[in-house]
Design a protein around this ligand. Sequence first.
Ligand code: NAD
Ligand code: IPM
Ligand code: MN
Length: 349
Amino acid sequence: MDTYKIAVIPGDGIGKEVVPAAIEVLDEVAKLDGSFQFQWTYFPWGCDYYLEHGEMMPDNGLEVLKQYDQIFLGAVGMPELVPDHISLWGLLIKIRRGMKQSINVRPAKLLQGLESPLKNPHDFDITVVRENSEGEYSDSGGRIHSGNDEIAIQNAIFTRKSTERAMRYAFELAQDSRKHVTSATKSNGLTYSMPFWDEVFNAVKTDYPEIDTSVTHIDALAAFFVMKPQAFDIIVASNLFGDILTDLGGAIMGSIGIAPAANLNIEREYPSMFEPVHGSAPDIAGKGIANPIGQIWTGKMMLDFLGHSEAGTRVLNAIEKVLASGVKTRDLGGSSSLEEVKAAIIQSL
Ligand code: NAD
Ligand code: IPM
Ligand code: MN
């Protein structure tokens, strides 16, 4: 029997509620499958830890995480008490970069039993490949002058290596999908980063003649997500564009509370990190009403990455069955609690 050592970081807010629920589901599906098991090790890193220790995780945190097969994370952020750029750069982004998780895969598709807010959602099935390590997210910049003359500068950094890696990954996914890649650009407004992005895309696509491509400005792409989401298969986007597009992806599915994600170290040199699209949702934390499906579906992505796609399919099927039965949290228009949704999913496995 395979045993997977997983580092668990519930983090903040609803992360502390949805992570244990997803772990129960994953333990149950492992038991039913019989060929593997999980060994979970909890780390209490996050904003509470920061308030006590002055840092989001210990100095040797990354070294500790490297000893695990994968990382299962909830969400980070307690903006009332810790500034977001400190909490996120001190934990989430630090792990993404430290573990070289340069690809973030975020599917958005219409599940059975879900009501999209779109009038004509058709049957969309999109995967956004988000460059996850650089781009618009950089700590390069600064502030100069003061008062009315003050200037804030935020540099964006695009390396050929990471840009190309994300694009190649998108093309590889497209080969097993509907053979279409859309590149999210904005080379009409940005003078260096996006013209470079387009140039790399045009070079990479010549290696995949069997894949159809389109290049769409991110503003138009956001509109198409609402008007004709069924037109897309695989989308490759920069860090910030991919971030924005995938909350929208969650929304057109019905709620960002169900959107899953995987921060991948595709070289498998370091652990990957499985963490849903949504955040710590301070507005509903501690009430037992958070939707656990984003975290559970994220667990399915971890199963797939570990090579247990049969177990992964079982999890997604159970989610769809439960949604179709009407057991839903409030964000999806239902009245069930987190516990009720979790229990129903375990029951349906
Ligand atoms: P958010 O995703 O936490 O919440 C946005 C809205 O969606 C809220 O109304 C929330 O109640 C709702 N929502 C989110 N997840 C839900 C779920 N599972 N079930 C039901 N409703 C859900 O985004 P935000 O409010 O912009 O950010 C809150 C905090 O989380 C901030 O500190 C932010 O920086 C952080 N954040 C962290 C991550 C992460 O760790 N991966 C991701 C996004 C935001
Ligand atoms: C996400 C989040 C993070 C991001 C924030 C919290 C830094 O929004 O994972 O989507 O932008 O990457
Ligand atoms: Mn986001």
